[in-house]
Ligand binder design. Sequence first.
Ligand SMILES: [Zn+2]
Length: 148
Amino acid sequence: MRDKDGYWMRRAVALAGRSPRSETAFAVGAVIVDAAGREVAAGWSRDTDPFVHAEESALVKAVGVDLSAATLYSTLEPCSKRAHRPGATCTGLILAARIPRVVIAWREPDIFVTCEGVALLTAAGVSVVELPEFAAQARAVNGHLPGL
Ligand SMILES: [Zn+2]
């Protein structure tokens, strides 16, 4: 499982690098993988509109797919507070999609909001795995952010 997780997180980091940079938001990559190890959908920050989050983008592309055995990989902790779409946090969207497992590289630093994504997901019964060996890469994509 760990090798597969590394493979998909490397892909998520590469996707994060495609994000148009913003001084007010993170650059994040996300991939949804089904139980058979096939990619269902992928996204990155601002890939389909100026405010879309990576996880949100991937989830929108996977609408209609049964994700109840899928894993969502994200380079950053899924958000739990959101300025532009307060009713559509990535944490809430992941729970609504019934995704049972989330793998992240980096906990969200408190430069914009205090993120409680991991705590909320865990409390809801989602298995959350952190791959700290990818945190430096996930952070490096965000070297443009003031305050980081
Ligand atoms: Zn988000």
